[in-house]
Design a protein around this ligand. Structure first.
Ligand code: BGC
Length: 814
C-alpha cells in the first residue's frame, strides 16, 4: 500500500515545477501561517496542512474546541513492543487527520532516551535504537496506510531540552551511526516516510537545518530518502545555508528565511536556483502522495477499515502497562473492597505537555474506570497527597469564555474556553476578530467550587493583567519577562499567584482576567497566549496522608496512583530530578504500612525514583495512558486483561545511578562522552543493577522457554504457557559477542516477537536476525562492517532473564 519510491510521480512533479516562476517556488517553501503552505491554484495544488502529533491530531487550532483522540504516550506505545499495534495506532491517527483536513502529521519522535532527565523523554520511544526503529516503522506505515504523511523527528540528536535552540551536541561517528541515526535509518529504509523534521540543535558544529552532510549525503544520498524536509518550528535561521543544507520547508510563517528572502538570494546570485527546484520537487512529491496535487493520484485510494478510537486507546493502554513487581496482589481477588488513593486517581494525567498536547473530548480517570467496573459500595477514594502546590489553568468548576474588544471597548468577538488557557496561534482567532482590531481579551465567567476554603487565583504569561474574583481585584499590573525566561514563557513558564479568596462549596462566583495587548509583551509567534490559573484549598498534608492510610486499613486492597505533573515532564525544559513531586513518596509509605496489600500505579511518562518499591505488593507503570487510561487500568487490575508491557528503557533506582545525568551544555556544547554506552549498554559495562532492567515486565501467566533454533533467517523460539490463563509473551533476542575484538557493548537487542497461547499450549516466535546486528560503523573506512567471530544468541524474557542460548559464527565483511 505504501508508495516505495515516488518515481511514479516524477512526470507530474516535473510538469508542475515547469509552470512555476521563482516567486511561486520560493513561496511554496515557506509557511504561510503556523501550520500550512500556500495553495498554488495555477498548478492545481491545494494548501498542505500539518499538525502535531504524536498521540493525536491537534489540528490547526490549539484549543479544546476541536477535540482529537488521545492515545497513550510514545513511551507507552514502545512498551507494547508491538510494531503491528503501532501500525494500527498510525491508521487511527490518519483517520483523525483526514477528518480534520490534515495532510501531514508532525510525528513520530524517534530521538533516544539518552538520559532520564530529558524533558521530552515521554515523547520518545526507548533507549534502544532497534526498538525505537521498529516501533517508529510500524507507526509511519500505519499513518501512511491512511494516505497521510509523517515527519520523523527531530533529525537528529534532540535528546534533551536545555538550550535546545542552540546546543552543539558533540557526538563521535560510531555512536552517531549506531545509536542516534539508527532509528531514522531503519524507518527510512523500512517505511519510506514522506517527510522528516530537522531539529533545533547542532550536531558537531552545524545546525541541523543546515546540515549538508547528514541531510544531503547521509539521509538522501546513502539512505535514499525522497520525502520533504521541514524545519522544526522557528529553527531555520539562514536562507543560503538552509537551502544548501537540504532544508525544503521553513516553518512556521509568514516570517521565514524562505519566501521573498530566498527569491532575493537567487536573484542576487547567492543561491543557485537548482537548489530551490530540488526543494520544490520534494514538496510537490509530498503533495502528490497525499492527494493535494491535481492530476497526480494519491498513494492511497482505498482507506483501511475505520477504527474505533476509544477501543484502540484502551487496547494500547492495557498492552502498554508494565507490571514490574507483583507479590500475588494482582489481579485483584473478586469481591474485595478497594481504597483508591492519590490526586491523579481522580484528576488523571493522560498525556504529556508541550507541542504533544491534544484535547480529547473525554478522559477516563482511574476513579471513573474503577467506579464503573467494581460493584457499588466496594470502592472508597481519598486524595492522600497533592503532587503539586502550583496553580494550574482553571478547569474543574469553571465556565469560561474569552471576550475580545477593540480599542474603543466594543466587543468584536468571543470564543468558548474549556479551561483557563488562551492559546490562539496564527489566524486561530475567534470569528470576526483580527489582530489589527484586537485590543484586549477578557477571560470571564463563573466558578463553582467543589470544596469550601481559601482558593488561590493567578496569571501565567507576560504583559498587563487585571484579575477580579467575586468582586475583588486581586491584581492589576504588568508582568515582565524574568532574566532566564524562555520566549515561550506563556506556554511553559511558572504560574504566579495573585491572591486568595475564601469561597463556599457549590456557591458560584464571577471571575474575570482582563489582558490588554501591547507590542512589548507580544508572543514570539503571531498569537495570544496567557492563562487564568487556580489552586483549590490545600488541607494539611499530614492529615491527607493519615486519612488515606485510614481508608487503606479499612479495605482489602489499597491502590495508590502516583504521578508527575506538567511542570515536571514537558517540552521546553529538562527535569531537575526523578523524584515524585509533593508528598507522594510519604503517602505510599504510609499506605503500605497500613495495608500489606498495596498496589502502586505509576502515572508518569518517564522513570521516577520509587524508594518504597520493595515494600509494596505490586507496582504497575501506566505511563501517560491516553483518554481511556482509567478503563484500561480497571481491565488490568481486575484481571479482565493482563498487563502487556515490557520496559522500553531501564528504570534506575536513583538518578545518581543513571549512566547519563548531564544534559546542560558547557559553553554551548554538550559532549556525548559516554559514546556507545547509554541505557542498558552502560549499566552492563558499569556492572550496576537498576531498579528494573530493560525488557522487564510481568503478565498474569507463566512461561517456559522450550527450544531455540537458529535458522538462516534468524531464530525460532518455542515457548509454553505453563500457567492457568491465556497470555501473551514478548520473546526478546539479545546478541552477545563471545570473543570480542573491538570495543562493543556486552549485549544488545537484535530482535523480538510476541506470541499468544492458552494454558498448557505452546507457540513459536519467528524472529529475524538482521545483518546489522553483527556490524559496527567503522570510523576508518566510513562504512558498516561485520565483526567476525562467535556470538551467543540469547532468547530472553528481559535483558537479564535469559532462558535459552545458542551460538552463531559470523564471517567478516570482505
Ligand atoms: C517541537 C516540534 C513540534 C513543533 C510544532 C516544536 O517546538 O519541537 O516537535 O512539531 O514545535 O508544534
Amino acid at each position: 500500500m505504501t508508495d516505495a519510491t515516488g518515481s511514479r510521480y516524477e512526470p507530474a512533479v516535473e510538469a508542475a515545477l515547469g509552470k512555476l516562476d521563482l516567486d511561486a517556488k520560493t513561496r511554496l517553501l515557506a509557511g504561510q501561517d503556523m501550520w500550512t503552505l500556500p495553495a498554488l491554484p495555477e498548478i492545481g495544488l491545494t494548501s498542505l496542512v500539518m499538525s502535531d502529533g504524536p498521540i493525536g491530531v491537534r489540528g490547526v487550532r490549539w484549543t479544546a474546541d476541536d477535540p482529537s483522540v488521545a492515545l497513550p504516550s510514545p513511551t507507552a506505545l514502545a512498551a507494547t513492543w508491538d510494531p503491528a499495534l503501532a501500525r494500527r495506532a498510525g491508521r487511527l491517527l490518519a483517520q483523525e487527520a483526514r477528518r480534520k483536513g490534515v495532510h501531514v502529521l508532525l510525528a513520530p519522535t524517534v530521538n533516544l532516551h539518552r538520559s532520564p532527565l530529558g524533558g521530552r523523554h515521554f515523547e520518545a520511544y526507548s533507549e534502544d535504537p532497534y526498538l525505537t526503529g521498529a516501533i517508529g516503522t510500524g507507526y509511519v506505515l500505519g499513518v501512511q496506510d491512511g494516505g497521510v504523511g509523517t515527519t520523523v523527528k527531530h533529525f537528529v540528536a534532540n535528546d534533551a531540552e536545555t538550550d535546545r535552540f542552540t546546543v552543539n551536541n558533540k557526538i563521535d561517528a560510531r555512536p552517531l551511526r549506531e545509536l542516534y541515526l539508527a532509528p531514522f535509518e531503519a524507518i527510512v529504509t523500512n517505511a519510506r516516510p514522506w517527510g522528516i523534521m530537522t531539529a533545533y540543535n547542532q550536531v558537531n558544529g552545524a545546525t541541523m537545518t543546515e546540515h549538508h552532510h547528514l541531510v544531503n549525503e547521509v539521509l538522501r544520498g546513502e539512505w535514499g530518502f525522497d520525502g520533504f524536509n521541514v524545519s522544526d518550528w522557528m529553527a531555520a535561521r539562514d536562507t543560503k545555508r538552509a537551502i544548501e543544507g537540504g532544508l525544503d520547508v521553513a516553518m512556521p510563517g509568514p516570517r521565514t528565511v524562505y519566501g521573498e528572502a530566498l527569491a532575493a538570494a537567487v536573484r542576487a546570485g547567492e543561491v543557485d536556483e537548482t537548489a530551490v527546484d530540488a526543494a520544490v520537487r520534494n514538496v510537490l512529491r509530498l503533495a502528490a502522495r497525499v492527494g493535494a496535487l491535481e492530476g497526480a493520484g494519491p498513494v492511497v485510494t482505498a482507506y483501511p477499515a475505520p477504527l474505533d478510537g476509544d477501543a484502540l486507546a484502551r487496547e494500547v493502554a492495557r498492552r502498554s502497562f508494565v507490571l514490574v513487581r507483583n507479590e500475588g496482589a494482582l489481579p485483584l481477588a473478586p469481591g474485595g473492597t478497594v481504597a483508591l488513593l492519590g490526586a491523579a486517581a481522580r484528576d488523571a494525567r493522560v498525556l504529556g505537555g508541550g507541542s504533544a498536547q491534544v484535547f480529547p473530548d473525554h478522559t477516563v480517570s482511574p476513579l471513573d474506570g474503577l467506579t464503573a467496573a467494581l460493584p457499588s459500595g466496594t470502592l472508597t477514594y481519598a486524595i492522600g497527597a497533592e503532587p503539586s502546590d502550583e496553580l494550574a489553568p482553571a478547569r474543574q468548576g469553571f465556565e469560561l469564555r474569552a471576550v475580545c474588544r477593540d480599542a474603543g471597548g466594543t466587543v468584536i468577538g468571543a470564543g468558548s474556553l474549556p479551561n483557563g488557557q488562551v492559546q490562539w496561534i496564527g489566524d486561530d482567532l475567534p470569528e470576526g476578530v483580527t489582530y489589527e482590531k484586537l485590543h484586549s481579551i477578557e477571560i470571564t465567567g463563573t466558578f463553582t467550587p467543589r470544596e469550601s476554603g481559601e482558593h488561590a487565583f493567578g496569571t501565567r504569561g507576560l504583559g498587563a493583567f487585571t484579575l477580579t474574583v467575586a468582586g475583588r481585584t486581586l491584581y492589576d499590573g504588568v508582568q515582565e519577562m524574568g532574566d532566564e525566561a524562555d520566549p515561550f514563557e506563556a506556554f511553559f513558564g511558572a504560574p504566579l499567584e495573585r491572591g486568595k479568596v475564601a469561597l463556599t462549596e457549590g456557591v458560584p462566583v464571577e471571575v474575570s482576567l482582563l489582558h490588554p495587548l501591547d507590542q512589548e509583551h507580544a508572543a514570539p509567534l503571531p498569537g495570544v497566549m496567557f492563562s487564568f490559573v487556580h489552586l483549590g484549598p490545600r488541607r494539611d498534608p499530614d492529615e491527607l496522608i493519615a486519612e488515606a492510610a485510614e481508608a487503606a486499613r479499612a479495605a482489602d486492597t489499597a491502590v495508590v496512583v502516583v504521578a508527575t505533573t506538567e511542570r515536571v515532564e514537558s517540552e521546553g525544559f529538562d527535569r531537575a530530578d526523578l523524584k515524585l513531586p509533593g508528598r507522594q513518596d510519604d503517602l505510599v509509605r504510609a499506605v503500605a504500612a497500613a495495608n500489606p496489600n498495596t498496589v502502586v500505579v505509576v502515572n508518569a511518562g518517564s522513570p521516577v525514583e520509587m524508594p518504597w518499591r520493595d515494600d509494596v505488593a505490586a507496582v504497575l507503570l501506566s505511563w501517560f495512558p491516553g483518554q481511556e487510561g482509567g478503563a484500561a487500568l480497571a481491565d488490568v487490575l481486575l484481571g479482565a486483561e493482563e498487563p502487556g508491557g515490557r520496559l522500553p528503557t531501564t528504570w534506575p533506582a536513583t538518578l545518581a545511578d543513571a549512566p547519563v545525568t548531564e544534559v546542560t551544555p558547557t559553553d554551548g556544547e554538550l559532549h556525548y562522552t559516554e559514546g556507545l554506552f547509554t541505557g542498558y549498554r552502560a549499566w552492563d559495562r558499569a556492572g550496576t543493577t537498576p531498579a528494573y532492567p530493560f525488557g522487564h515486565g510481568l503478565g498474569y501467566t507463566t512461561w517456559e522457554y522450550e527450544a531455540l533454533e537458529l535458522t538462516p533467517e534468524g531464530a525460532t523460539v518455542r515457548v509454553r504457557n505453563t500457567g492457568s490463563r491465556p497470555g501473551r509473551e514478548t520473546v526478546q533476542l539479545y546478541v552477545a559477542p563471545v570473543d570480542d575484538r573491538v570495543e562493543r557493548p556486552a549485549r544488545w537487542l537484535a530482535g523480538f516477537a510476541s506470541v499468544e497461547a492458552g494454558p498448557g499450549e505452546s507457540a513459536e516466535a519467528e524472529i529475524p536476525l538482521p545483518k546489522r546486528a553483527f556490524e559496527i560503523w567503522d570510523e576508518a573506512t566510513g562504512a558498516w562492517t561485520a565483526i567476525p567471530g562467535t556470538y551467543e544468541i540469547r532468547a530472553s524474557r528481559s535483558l537479564t532473564d535469559t532462558r535459552l542460548r545458542a551460538t552463531l559464527t559470523v564471517e567478516g565483511t570482505d
